[in-house]
Structure formats: structure tokens, C-alpha cells
Design a protein around this ligand. Structure first.
Ligand SMILES: [Zn+2]
Length: 195
């Protein structure tokens, strides 16, 4: 079995995932979000697209069997297993500005956005190329009448996983999310494994 790697609380990681490999995202302690981004390794201008994916799925909550598409409408990842069944694909990675605007922080953390920008820089991904991430385990219930939503603690329990299979050679950016509200009020690590 492949090594399990740990992303410490409020940080991120960048790595490659080859076509056909699987990426297992593990919530080791429970109630922790991980923002996930994917780029075509041959041309990082092609990136994971919330808009394309949700349009083709006709559904806001994605789970086993669903495909994650790029801005060029190519399949990048397939969800092949999911213990939780509740993830978000609407909201952007938390950032310095998020913490200033929503939380009123005077010395804000750089958030998932800053962590992803640093993790993806070696592959030539610029901050302006960071789109809406697939937010593993993020729980955003939506009122179907009004469209109002809230950010609630994740439904994930310790050891829960979601597994993706790569449909092309990818660069992946992943975080242990830095936003208090998204993670039930505490910052925890995220783990992953490539097989
Ligand atoms: Zn975050």
C-alpha cells in the first residue's frame, strides 16, 4: 500500500497524479475540509471547472460516479468512492480577503488560496488561475426556494474518505482548509494517498 501523506492544519500541498491513478483524500480526525484543484499537466491553462461540472451533472452535490470536468469540457477526475456524500463545489478557496471580509480579522491568514498559490507555483500556475475548488467534505446546505446557503460543520467522521481517479495526467493542489466556519470551529490535518 502506498504511503499516506499528511497536510498539516492550515497548509497545502502540490503534487502530480498520473492518468489512471487514484487519489484518496482522508479526513483523519473528522469535520475537516480539503480544497482540491486539478490542472492538465501538459497545459496548466486547462483547470477544473465548477461551472462546467455542475452544468453537466445538473446537481449541486456530487458523489460516487460523478465526473469533474475542466474549463475545456474534458473529464479530469471521476469520483470512484465516497464515505460522506456531502461536498461543496460552489465556493472559492478561503483567502486573506475572506478572513478580513467575513471574519473581520485584522491580520488575516493567507488561507487556502495563499496555500494553493504557493503549492502550485512550481508548475507555473499563477494566483489568477485558481478557480473554485472541489471542497471535499465541505457542508453547504442550500435552501432550494431562496437559494440561501449556510456553511455548516462537515458531516465527515474520523477516517472518512473520498476517492478520485485521474482521467488525464494532472497537477493537483490540496489543502487542509484554514476557515473556522468550514471546519466546525477547529483546524485539523488532512491526509492523502496515491495508488
Ligand atoms: Zn479554506
Amino acid at each position: 500500500m502506498a504511503d499516506i501523506k499528511t497536510i498539516p492544519p492550515r497548509s497545502g500541498a502540490g503534487f502530480t497524479l498520473d492518468k489512471g491513478q487514484t487519489l484518496t483524500v482522508i479526513d483523519p480526525e473528522g469535520r475537516q475540509v480539503s480544497d482540491l484543484l486539478a490542472y492538465n499537466r501538459a497545459d496548466v491553462r486547462e483547470a477544473i471547472s465548477s461551472g462546467r461540472t455542475l452544468d453537466y451533472a445538473s446537481r449541486l452535490y456530487l458523489t460516487t460516479g460523478d465526473l469533474l470536468y475542466s474549463n475545456r469540457s474534458n473529464v479530469m477526475l471521476e469520483i470512484v468512492s465516497d464515505d460522506v456524500g456531502r461536498h461543496d463545489f460552489l465556493l472559492t478557496p478561503c483567502s486573506k480577503e475572506t478572513f478580513a471580509i467575513i471574519y473581520g480579522d485584522t491580520d488575516p491568514h493567507r488561507g487556502c488560496f495563499g496555500n494553493l498559490a504557493e503549492a502550485l507555483e512550481p508548475w507555473g500556475v499563477e494566483p489568477d488561475q485558481i478557480p473554485v475548488a472541489f471542497n471535499c467534505f465541505m457542508n453547504v446546505p442550500i435552501n432550494g426556494e431562496t437559494g440561501t446557503f449556510t456553511v455548516e460543520p462537515p458531516l465527515s467522521k474520523a477516517g472518512d474518505t473520498i476517492v478520485f481517479r485521474a482521467a488525464m495526467d494532472l497537477v493537483i493542489g490540496m489543502t487542509a482548509c484554514s476557515a473556522l466556519q468550514s471546519n466546525g470551529g477547529s483546524f485539523k490535518p488532512i491526509q492523502y494517498r496515491i495508488d
